[in-house]
Design a binder for this molecule. Structure first.
Ligand SMILES: [Zn+2]
Length: 103
């Protein structure tokens, strides 16, 4: 389908500053990107959150095991929480460290 192409065009249409803002601390980083697109931003790891926010179990994983053409959103339903047993997850990349405000 054309969704991936549309998103890619949307990401590439953003200026560098706008693109940085997308992966900044606003936490609305789109998960419908592919691992390849994620790696283009410099990301190498993902963090997988339990879909149940009351549980909020999460784990970080190396993203190298998944192919470039796979979307993060494709992976989300495949995880089952090891704490509460619920199926489904929310995935974010963890490449961009939050600004900790030392300066
Ligand atoms: Zn859980």
């Amino acid at each position: 389908m054309v969704v991936g192409t549309w998103l890619l065009a949307r990401l590439r249409g953003l200026p560098p500053a706008g693109r940085a803002a997308v992966i900044g601390p606003m936490d609305d980083y789109p998960t419908k990107i592919t691992f390849g697109e994620m790696r283009e931003t410099g990301a190498t790891r993902i963090i997988v959150f339990c879909k149940d926010y009351l549980c909020s179990h999460n784990v970080q994983m190396d993203a190298a095991r998944w192919p470039d053409e796979m979307r993060l959103s494709d992976l989300e339903p495949r995880f089952t929480c090891t704490v509460c047993g619920k199926r489904g997850s929310v995935i974010r990349s963890v490449d961009v460290p939050p600004k900790m405000g030392t300066g």
